[in-house]
Design a binder for this molecule. Sequence first.
Ligand code: SER
Length: 873
Amino acid sequence: MSKNSTAEIRQKFLNFFHSKGHQIVASSSLVPDNDQTLLFTNAGMNQFKNVFLGLDKRTYHSATTVQRCVRAGGKHNDLEQVGYTARHHTFFEMLGNFSFGEYFKHDAIWLAWELLTGVQWFNLPKNKLWVTVYATDDEAYNIWSNEINMPRERIVRISNNKGSTHASDNFWQMGDIGPCGPCSEIFYDHGDHLCGGPPGSQEEYGDRYIEIWNLVFVEFDRQADGTMLQLPKPSVDTGMGLERLAAVLQHVNSNYDIDLFRYLITTAAEITGANHLCSKSLQVIADHIRSCAFLISDGVVPSQDGRGYVLRHIIRRAIRHGYMLGARETFFYKLVAPLIEVMGSAADQLKLQQNMVERVLRTEEEQFAQTLERGLSLLENALAKLPCDTLDGETAFRLYDTYGFPLYLTVDVCRERKIQVDEEGFKRAMEEQRKRAREANYFSMDYNSMLRVDQWTNFLGYEHMTHPGRVTALFCDNQLVEVINNSKKAIVILDETPFYGKSGGQVGDSGELNAATGIFEVVDTQQYGQSFGHLGTLRYGELKIGDQVTAHVDQARRDRIRLNHSATHLLHSALRKVLGEDVMQRGSQVNDQYLRFDFSHNQAILPEQIRRVEEMVNQQIRRNLIINTEIMALETARNKGVISVFGEKYESQVRVLSIGDFSTELCCGTHASRTGDIGLFWISSESGIAAGIRRIEAVTGEVALARLHQQSDLVQNISYLLKINSRKLVEKVRELHDRAKQLEKKLQQIKSQLAVTVLSRKIRYINGVQVIVSELNHLEPKILRIIVEDMKNQLGSVVIILANVSKDQVNLIVGVTDDLTHRIKARDIIGTLTQQIGGKGGGNPEIAHAGGCDAAALPAALYRIEQMLAEIL
Ligand code: SER
């Protein structure tokens, strides 16, 4: 590791906080875990949000992370700026330390100071550092001033400079709701050769004073109505952009000049053939490959909405910049390998998924090339119909929004034709679209509608289906209540329960809670932090906090779920054995009816491979293997090579589920005791759900048997209908199919003979040449061609023009026998006709077609063509 490389800085940061007793925690996925309020993980504290709120507890009280973050498409970043400024990124790594009630302002400030200025750490010159504090935060001010001895002229108080209470650069909030608090930011002065003033001054936006570290003193939980609830324990959340710190330590001003970006930029230049390393387009590409590759490896796939839409937008922006640099073939995916190389240990997970990520990017790029082609032809159409010399903004925007056709290309094409583009109209359409998106506000569920439950529930459902428990909390309409009455929908929290709360793809249990005073019917069970909530309705009587209940899980349903869960593990293993080790779980759903398993795999799966997987799973069922669980340290499990699922959070002690010698996985779900319990496994469907991601659905046990019965009933019914033994069914269906085809052919012949007879009566002679011009109705285009060929054969020398009208659509066909083609050509007749009645057509001198013509204009056009023939022949 070379000195002050980004790799070294990353490691040094973690080492420092580890030496101060912090737990090193892995970066969480870019897709926030069970959090609909966030588009992408955008700060190190996201994975600890529930810990700050007191909804979740960890075994450690302070932590440190290097968190991959994406800020794009949400409120934190404007994509169009990325690449053109020195410090905007879609993807960055955030170095952070966190205290969950262990230490607060004093230690947070001292730790930051020691790491930044300590000789054996980053050793930054103290006189280059400035700090800001929230205007009213005297405590932070005094620590900086009296303890750290920061000169007062370099401590700036920042008030609510964003227009309302708590709207300040020095009051950090994750979103409109959730944990927040005043913060203190540390700035680095890059030197007077650069423009810009200190924080808080008029010139603060220059390049000289750059914020490097934000220390947030998390004290409040902001509610949707703006009120600030005090958190149970004041905590600390800090975030320092790795790229900014690297710029400081490597003595460069722009993030794009640090070692990591220089490498990506040079490689991007080689791959695209760009000549100038200083091109902003190279910066765009170097930035975008990071967000795109990591988003895909974290499970996002390009799509038309939500997270996938933002990803698609970033990919397309990178590709367009590649085209501007002169790239002529797919190039973007080629940057995945250099990215993995330069990110080192931060790309361990990406490395395992390299093939899949490259494939998704490549497919997207190929599709985009086609989209551009489609966009161009649409633009051509729009221009052909243009009544004036300006293309309206709506059309330009539709091309952009629906077909990903960039405005600058529309402008370029129009410029060549001396046509203006209404760019103001384009902006208006764009603004309206943004407004609609804001109103739909896809990612803004009220986080506080989540229940605030302090209790812990002891889950006993691995061993018990029925167990006593005490009601510790009751919720109605998201409000904590003391008692619920008859027919009330509610959520019941118990101190102990055998009900499984939905997690790891397995649905929650249903059943009944029986109290002396009433019965509560449970339809679902969910986990809220460390407690289990039983969702359902009180069937009679009343239930209150403190009541004793007997909780009965619906055993038959749970049994079906267990079989599906164990079968999912067998399926996962079988897939890896049949298709290869690159198969990775990308999601699963296990309920009492079926199981669904999504996984990465780069190719379509052959029917015989599906059959092999199905057979292999059934073989393990017949071996009646023991299904065993063991609790062990996460590290031990990893060392044993146990399969874990990317993006899942695991505690330090984990449950390892092994099925004989066939499968070992981390899993918290409930399972069968032996594989024989599964009885039967049947794959009901296999399909691709996105580039590189496939989905299998399957059923087990009695549901599988019922499906097989359905299939065999189907066969029986068809056999009965066809009056044939089922063994001969395929033969019979083939015979019927062939017969239907023959009859269809015969029918065509008859129709065509009929038409020939009718048309023979319509022969006219123009200057001695036989000519037929006729309108027919409701014939298939295939028959038209047969008719024309038949007439040509029968008459030897003829010009035949047929128009077939069905609904308002007209198909034209023109035939000319080759003895006449030196006088008139079929292709020219079609050309003349389409000039008059629209549509598209083409062909050769002997035969030509056109379609999509205007029916109303047909009679006049046919009349004129006869006149034209009279002149030519
Ligand atoms: N959450 C704060 C930020 O993102 C500090 O980590 O700036």
